[in-house]
Write a protein that binds this ligand. Structure first.
Ligand SMILES: [Zn+2]
Length: 226
């Protein structure tokens, strides 16, 4: 298969590819599809460029990162909004495309643990990067939706936060009650990530939340004021 950048530089090839899919599609429609696709891709490309910087904010406290995260999102055409929790809804976050170029991510202030916040944030980014633009994605804290889309968004969040499953496995296998603290601190530093995120994933995989509870920090995010 040809690299996507090469395909995009060749409108005739695009037309051929699209026509092969559906010969009845008009040229005007093909052009519209092409423009929508390139705009879509450019949002993705911007997002991919910013992902590392977004991830690097996990080690900062809420006052330091909350506005910067919004700015980074805005540079990619994403409006990021921190919304007050609506009682009994169990909603952690929601994502939707507002136009072909602009998307909205709403993060609920229900769980203000840093690891929950960042996992939900990158889960929503995963929906934007990996999934269609017609659906509205609403994510609940009880995680009852086991659809493929939700699993993919979870995997995206997990891999963005801790890219190497192999190194996390090695880290996990090396833990003892005596070295737990130093190992979590070291692994977090080595991966340039908040200790709470490492602790949160460890607890999620082992079920031993109490063992790592003190590594998880709570965020003091300002409520949505508009
Ligand atoms: Zn989701």
């Amino acid at each position: 298969m040809l690299p996507i950048k090469k395909i995009l530089k060749d409108p005739i090839l695009i037309e051929t590819l699209l026509r092969t899919k559906d010969p009845s599609v008009s040229l005007e429609e093909l052009i519209n599809q092409y423009h929508a696709y390139t705009e879509h891709l450019s949002t993705f490309e911007k997002l991919k460029e910013k992902l590392n910087e977004m991830r690097s904010l996990t080690i900062k406290n809420a006052e330091e990162f909350s506005e910067r995260l919004k700015e980074l999102c805005a540079e990619c055409g994403i409006a990021l909004v921190y919304t007050p929790y609506v009682k009994n809804t169990n909603v952690n976050g929601a994502t939707r495309w507002l136009t072909p170029k602009k998307a909205l991510i709403q993060l609920s202030l229900r769980y203000t643990y840093a690891d929950c916040f960042w996992f939900t944030f990158f889960h929503e980014i995963g929906h934007l990067i990996k999934h269609g633009r017609k659906d509205v994605y609403v994510d609940f804290s009880n995680g009852h939706d086991n659809s493929e889309l939700e699993k993919e968004a979870d995997q995206f969040a997990q891999k963005t936060l801790i890219p190497s499953n192999a190194s996390f496995e090695m880290f996990k296998q090396s833990l003892t009650p005596e070295n737990l603290k130093i190992k979590i601190l070291y692994f977090s530093k080595e991966n340039n990530i908040d200790t709470g995120i490492v602790a949160g994933r460890l607890a999620k995989e082992t079920g031993k939340w109490s063992l790592v509870a003190h590594f998880r920090k709570q965020l003091c995010l300002r409520e949505y004021k508009d």
